[in-house]
Design a protein around this ligand. Structure first.
Ligand code: FEO
Length: 170
């Protein structure tokens, strides 16, 4: 079954949103590097790579379903955050928005009885639960460590241990 125009447009919008997410986290990674917080820079760099993988997952899916991928302008992300806590507040807020977009896509697939798309989107629905939980956990830890330089340094080391594992999407 060919993918509907409405679903094609919605997936194209999601591809743009995932690339924007990548750009947002890359900007955070660069600021963290500038602040000499190497672990934080590493964590956001991996987050950036994950977002590119999310975008590519949608892009490959649309190609596979015979849809037409249309790449559009990616908005510029902010360039400055007041603190690592502010970065993670922004991350939590942003991921909640992404979750709402994924939920809208899942609702559209359901409405259109596009069960192939529903199955595909399930991966993203689950991924968003993880994305929100992880960001929320790190935000909590950073808030606890906020006024304590040695605790912040320890947390930075932990964030530095994150490695990129290419997700298997779908
Ligand atoms: Fe692609 Fe962070 O969701």
């Amino acid at each position: 079954m060919a993918i509907s125009k409405k679903m094609e447009d919605a997936i194209n919008a999601q591809i743009n949103a995932e690339f924007y997410s990548a750009y947002l986290y890359l900007a955070m990674s660069c600021q963290a590097a500038d602040m000499k917080l190497k672990g934080l820079a590493n964590w956001f760099n991996i987050q950036y790579q994950e977002e590119v993988a999310h975008a590519m997952g949608f892009l490959n899916y649309l190609n596979e379903r015979g849809g037409r991928v249309l790449l559009t302008t990616i908005d510029a992300p902010p360039t400055q955050w007041d603190s690592p806590v502010a970065m993670f507040e922004n991350t939590c807020e942003h991921e909640a928005k992404v979750t709402a977009m994924i939920n809208d896509l899942a609702a559209l697939a359901f409405e259109q009885k596009d069960f192939a798309a529903s199955q595909f989107l399930n991966w993203y629905v689950k991924e968003q639960v993880e994305e929100e939980a992880t960001a929320d956990e790190i935000l909590g830890e950073l808030r606890l460590a906020a006024d304590n330089p040695s605790a912040t340094l320890m947390l930075d080391r932990e964030l530095g241990a994150r490695v990129f594992v290419a997700p298997v999407i779908g």
